[in-house]
Write a new protein. Structure first.
Length: 277
């Protein structure tokens, strides 16, 4: 067990461009013993630390059964992430974690899986998707439904195309601000829910992205017979400590850095969309 309070130096082994302001950083923990004991589940996050600048909570998007390689997809939007964007392969970041609760992938075995994502909000579920496809025989049908504002917001394009070729798998894409190159659905992502066949009794749903998408989308799926106990959402809040002490990530009675970021919809639904909780 790695001490989550300590900052562990990690080397950037590869910097992969996903879009103009988005990169995936493939990291390797420097200390051999730390690498050997570091373990996580898909959906958990690390605090990624840039020495002398600060740290930021970032989802781990790599396969949890390959913990010697830690992938983090980061958009350059603030002081810390903009500074990280200047780094190149061979330079050093700090890792503190892993934190939070991940996706219930063992519970999902034997079920059909519907994955609903929006924008870069797909990052927290990337590791779960790869986990499922590497163990394809353990799961039923897979439906990946992804929405973006504009085609230029579609990252991981090559992965979506590769997933489309998997057996018993559907990939549906939507954009509400398309351009002439767009060949998929025009509209919001929730409009695609009616296009997929669902057996409610054997389906589990994983959702991540803008909170309003999950708040509006989950009830649509429930009207199709899926129970709130079978819908899991990954929630974003400003996280600083990662251990439930600072209170920045509190939502109702929950601290998302500990009880989340992945939570069962029926538990968190009363607090979605509320200000000041």
């Amino acid at each position: 067990m790695v001490n989550p309070y300590l900052i562990h130096p990690a080397t950037i082994m590869e910097k992969i461009r996903e879009a103009d302001d988005i990169h995936t950083y493939r990291l390797r923990l420097n200390d051999e013993e730390t690498r050997r004991h570091f373990c996580f589940t898909a959906g958990q996050f690390n605090m990624v630390y840039l020495f002398g600048v600060g740290e930021v909570a970032i989802s781990i998007v790599s396969d949890p059964e390959q913990p010697e390689r830690l992938d983090h997809t980061i958009r350059s939007v603030g002081r810390v992430t903009s500074a990280i964007a200047q780094l190149q392969a061979g330079e050093t970041l700090g890792i503190r974690g892993p934190f939070g609760q991940g996706w219930p992938l063992h519970t999902a075995r034997g079920h059909d899986v519907v994955i609903v994502t929006g924008g870069l909000g797909c990052a927290p579920v990337m590791g779960a998707i790869e986990y499922i496809f590497r163990r394809r025989l353990h799961y039923g049908s897979v439906k990946i439904i992804h929405g973006v504002k504009s085609p230029r917001d579609l990252v991981f394009h090559e992965r979506f195309e590769a997933w489309r070729k998997q057996p018993d798998t559907e990939v549906l894409l939507a954009s509400d601000r398309p351009d002439k190159t767009w060949r998929h659905h025009v509209g919001v992502v929730t409009e695609l829910f009616e296009r997929v066949s669902i057996d409610p009794a054997k389906t589990m749903v994983l959702m991540c992205g803008p909170e309003i998408m999950m708040r509006l989308g989950a009830p649509i799926l429930m009207r199709r017979g899926i129970l709130g106990t079978a819908i899991y959402v990954s929630l974003e809040r400003h996280m600083e400590c990662g251990v439930g002490l600072c209170g920045h990530c509190q939502m109702g009675p929950y601290f998302l850095c500990k009880e989340g970021p992945v939570m069962r919809y029926d538990l968190i639904e009363p607090w979605l969309g509320r200000v000041g909780v």
